[in-house]
Design a binder for this molecule. Structure first.
Ligand SMILES: [Zn+2]
Length: 324
């Protein structure tokens, strides 16, 4: 089993299974990540253009590429539902849970943790997600991490008008880094393990088809307590500053225009920025030991994890009844 007694380090940021409440409290688990693209990836809202922001850094600004919240949740949820299915959570007489917005079962740990709209069938409640994501920002400028590809329209002419070229969606380059935090609010220790398992398992974000969008999620640390930690933008900015302070680059401009950045160096700096932020803002957060994080993550790969999910499912049902 996975609970506050088996894993006391999680106590400050979680609730016990039998004390789940629909009234929000102040228990937070912050999972600090560095997402690294292992292949080209397409993250776009309009189907063509990568999403870009303008962000102040140093004495100027740059244009990071963005990985919106929705790109991260959708993909993680798909993996969460697959994990439940692979472990055999659903009985033979049961419908498996789906990704259809108004047809989620509202009866599995995934639906009750990640939230769902009131379903078309018997239940009339909508469940607020207790897993929070935030838009993630690249350290480097869109001009170096995004590749605009144009294809010539078919035809024999050597010269073509601009309209004859077919626009392909923008691609993020392999090696692009996105510092990200996933935050759980009032989750149980079993739910924390579930999300760690999803994070480790999920190797693909963005468009579900093709071989694009391979991502490695490096877990840099897990922090528990009564507050949310520093936000993604602060982490990206802090890592840019850190690379300059470490003397690896002469200025922030060299960082945002670099051909590549070392994921290890950036990972260390993201962790440092997060921990400095905790100290500076005097946040009530503690780091969970790496041993515990590994143990929880590994537990989700074992068959016995279905027992943890089944127990969670029972308690999640009771929790949901409070809302009905
Ligand atoms: Zn479900």
């Amino acid at each position: 089993m996975i609970n506050q007694d088996t894993h006391p380090e999680l106590k400050p940021g979680t609730v016990p299974m039998d004390e789940m409440s629909v009234k929000p409290q102040s228990n937070y688990v912050n999972i600090l990540l560095l997402r690294e693209l292992q292949s080209h990836a397409v993250f776009t809202t309009n189907g063509e253009d990568a999403d870009i922001a303008t962000v102040a850094v140093g004495d100027g600004d740059y244009s990071p590429g963005l990985m919106f919240m929705r790109k991260q949740t959708g993909s993680d949820r798909r993996v969460g539902k697959a994990l439940q299915r692979d472990l055999g959570l659903f009985g033979e007489d049961e419908q498996e849970c789906t990704m259809q917005v108004n047809e989620m079962c509202q009866d599995c740990p995934e639906c009750i943790l990640y939230g769902s709209a009131a379903s078309s069938s018997d239940r009339a409640v909508s469940i607020t997600s207790r897993v929070m994501y935030d838009t993630a920002y690249t350290l480097r400028d869109a001009s170096v991490v995004i590749d605009e590809k144009f294809q010539n329209a078919p035809g024999d002419d050597y010269a073509k008008s601009a309209e004859a070229t077919i626009r392909e969606p923008d691609f993020f380059e392999p090696g692009t880094l996105f510092p990200s935090v996933v935050t759980l609010h009032d989750a149980t220790p079993a739910e924390v393990a579930f999300v760690l398992g999803i994070t480790k398992r999920n190797k693909r974000y963005g468009a579900a088809t093709s071989r694009l969008g391979r991502v490695n999620n490096e877990i840099l640390g897990v922090y528990v307590g009564s507050e949310e930690g520093p936000a993604n933008l602060e982490l990206t900015r802090g890592a840019i500053r850190g690379l300059v302070n470490d003397g690896e680059y002469d200025s922030w401009m060299d960082v945002v225009r670099a051909e590549t950045l070392s994921p290890d160096a950036v990972g260390d700096l993201v962790r440092e920025t997060f921990e400095d932020g905790i100290e500076r803002h005097q946040l009530g957060l503690e780091r969970v030991s790496d041993g515990t994080v590994d143990e929880l993550t590994v537990a989700t790969t074992e068959d016995a994890f279905v027992d943890v999910l089944n127990e969670q499912r029972e308690q999640s049902r009771t929790f949901l009844e409070q809302a009905e």
